[in-house]
Design a protein around this ligand. Structure first.
Ligand code: ATP
Length: 374
């Protein structure tokens, strides 16, 4: 099945969709390897037989360079109004030096649609993928809940006397009571509702900060964490400074269960965590606001160095699609996708970055066939 890129809204009903209430998914492949991995994810969604309609959008560098449009007028409102979920590839293109389109589309979606919880499950599918000695899949099974709408990513600040020896640059770290409280609540609720891969309950939430140095923001996070933790006595509240956490993650990731942290620390530690899973090509994420249209994207970026060569690993995007389907209530389809990816990894039916010899399309095709034919 092939989906032709269309401008603006152009629904494409997937041929496998029978009757019934269909969920609607907006597909935005974006730039670079996003344009290669997202079609594989779409193929796999079709193979899994989820009742969905998809519409593809050409937002990205090509579109921006052609007509100067990053997000069409009413774009975000349209996504919220007309779709149940959004599947995004990646944004970033060396031809757009300012990266303005990536900022406006990706950060725009996160901020304007208020997708405040960035959820990144960290799971090791096969011991061979982990760079740490003696670590088994059961040892790497945690989730990072990253605040997604505040912190140092709000573009608050400025420069003064730029380009002179007296230059001053200020980058504000924004932390609101509302923002901190809702992400911490989300983490506790996530912990209550999710089990580990082996079916055992999650029961610990660890807040990661740098409150010994960043005392004002850290103080707010600490107070709110104590308050909200007090409402969940059955869940153990834990704390680590971000520097200590980084060291722990590469020495022994076993103690982690659910980690909640701010925007910047979450950005950094989830790349580190992706390293435990086999690299950026394996990592999935969701940008969630409960009850609203949420957006799902692989953790990797557009990777211009490897784009267009059919070598990018599509599994991060495929696992992202699976995460999206689970969010939409398609548990059976999600289980089938996750099982097929696990089997692909075990049989080394993968791209080279995780030890196989297949191309992007061939790896995606293998997973889709595994789902369809068993
Ligand atoms: P961007 O600016 O969009 O974030 P980037 O190249 O700086 O792009 P990533 O896209 O995250 O950052 O990729 C960094 C490197 O990680 C790539 O050059 C590539 O070597 C590796 N990588 C990322 N994603 C994948 C993937 N899906 N498959 C294989 N390797 C990947």
């Amino acid at each position: 099945m092939k989906i032709a890129p269309k401008r603006f809204l152009s629904p494409i009903v997937l041929p496998f969709s029978p009757v019934g209430q269909k969920k609607r998914i907006a597909i935005i492949p974006g730039d670079g390897i996003g344009k290669e991995v997202i079609p594989e994810a779409v193929k796999v969604i079709a193979a899994a037989g989820a009742e969905v309609e998809t519409a593809q959008f050409d937002w990205g560098a090509d579109r921006y360079l052609a007509d100067g449009i990053t997000v069409p007028p009413d774009g975000f409102a349209m996504l919220e109004r007309d779709f149940d979920a959004i599947l995004v590839g990646a944004f970033g293109d060396p031809r757009v030096k300012t990266n303005i389109h990536a900022k406006e589309i990706l950060l725009g979606m996160r901020f304007k649609m208020d997708l405040y919880a960035n959820v990144r499950p960290v799971r090791l599918l096969d011991a061979a993928l982990c760079p740490l000695k003696g670590i088994e899949p059961k040892d790497v099974d945690f989730a990072v809940i990253r605040e997604n709408t505040e912190g140092v990513y709000t573009d608050a600040g400025g420069v003064f006397k730029q380009g002179t020896p007296d230059e001053i640059a200020v980058q504000e770290d924004i932390n609101t009571r509302k923002g901190v409280e809702r992400i911490i609540r989300f983490a506790f609720e996530y912990c209550e509702r999710h089990t580990k891969i082996d079916g055992s309950p999650r029961n610990r939430v660890l807040m990661c900060d740098k409150s010994n140095a960043m005392t004002y923001a850290g103080g707010l996070w600490q107070r709110v964490f104590r308050e909200v933790g007090g409402e969940h006595p059955q869940i153990k509240s834990e704390h680590m400074y971000v520097d200590a956490l980084c060291m722990q993650m590469v020495r022994d990731p076993r103690p982690f269960d659910v980690i909640v942290t701010n925007n910047m620390f979450g950005d950094i530690i989830t790349d580190l965590a992706a390293g435990l899973q086999g690299g950026l090509g394996m990592a999935a994420s969701g940008n969630i606001h409960p009850g609203k249209t949420s957006m799902f994207e692989p953790v990797h970026g557009s990777a211009p160095l490897i784009a267009g060569k059919n070598i990018a690993n599509p599994f991060g995007a495929i696992l992202t699609a699976a995460m999206m389907l689970r969010h939409l209530g398609f548990d059976g389809q999600t289980d089938r996708i996750e099982a097929a990816v696990l089997e692909a990894v075990r049989q080394k039916k993968t791209t080279q970055d995780v030890g196989g010899a297949l191309g992007t399309r061939e790896a995606g095709e293998w997973v889709a066939k595994k789902i369809s034919h068993g």
